[in-house]
Design a protein around this ligand. Sequence first.
Ligand code: GRG
Length: 303
Amino acid sequence: MTDREEISAYLASHKRAIEEALSRFVPDESHYPPTLFQAMRYSLFAGGKRIRPILCLAAMDALGAGEQLKKAALPVACAIEMIHTYSLIHDDLPAMDNDDLRRGKPTSHRVFGEDIAILAGDALLTEAFHLLSKKELTATFAAQVILEVINEISYAVGCFGMIGGQVVDVRHGEQEMDEGTLYYIHHHKTGALLTAAVKTGGLLAGADEEKLLALEKYGAHMGLMFQIVDDLLDVEGDDGTFKKRLTEETSLGKLTFPSLLGIEQSVKKVTELKAQALEAIETFDDKARPLRLLVEHLATREV
Ligand code: GRG
């Protein structure tokens, strides 16, 4: 089996487990009020790659957690995906990016109206923390560990993390945008939740301080790499030409890595960050193979 086949199989089997669990945790529109559940599930099952929950489970693998422990951690992995989904719904709103399409489908507010899209996002965020604090988790994990997980995730997505990054992103047009600001935005808006997903897996699998620090470094490098790849996917057409979205974003005054560094330097930066992410976990044994293959996969992803 090639590395590519191996990581594809890993992604597919973990995606399946996560989606089955998500479907259990977020019921369908037979629940009242139906529009709310329909809207929550519309975005939750709109074709996301499930990278964050998979990173959480891969970090658990790296620490030698067995399948039973990973299964018990599914509420945490799903909570992370629910928070990610909420952030996308709100990011697409007219008050923010005003996008009509997400993953090739009409955005939540285009389908359900702005009021329901806001509330579906709010409900996904809140229900995520309900899941994270469920008593059932204490059957497998120590209450102290669950508290640390909640602490890690809430820090990553609040004012010191994702929301801080989003605020600077939506308002940066008001002041001069420089390289430091671009790094701040991406470390917070994109990197924080990706890093928290990895660290959370470590916490659930009983990682010591040294291993947690290594996972944090892995997450930070991989998170920035993920964003630069995302920016590059917007500008690099199949033939290497610029795609339309760059023109639109540039006209909106958005600074991206390719527009700041140029495509060649951005590609070089991806290679550097990939190496740094791998270096951060070099003391881990072969059980970290999924984490290693994931960085490679994310560096070369095409969607
Ligand atoms: C509105 C509170 C609030 C936060 C929004 C994460 C975010 C902050 C906005 C999303 C917009 C965006 C393009 C962010 C960059 C991070 C990124 C590449 C998100 C898309 O993640 P994928 O590729 O998405 O994992 P899928 O579709 O696979 O779930």
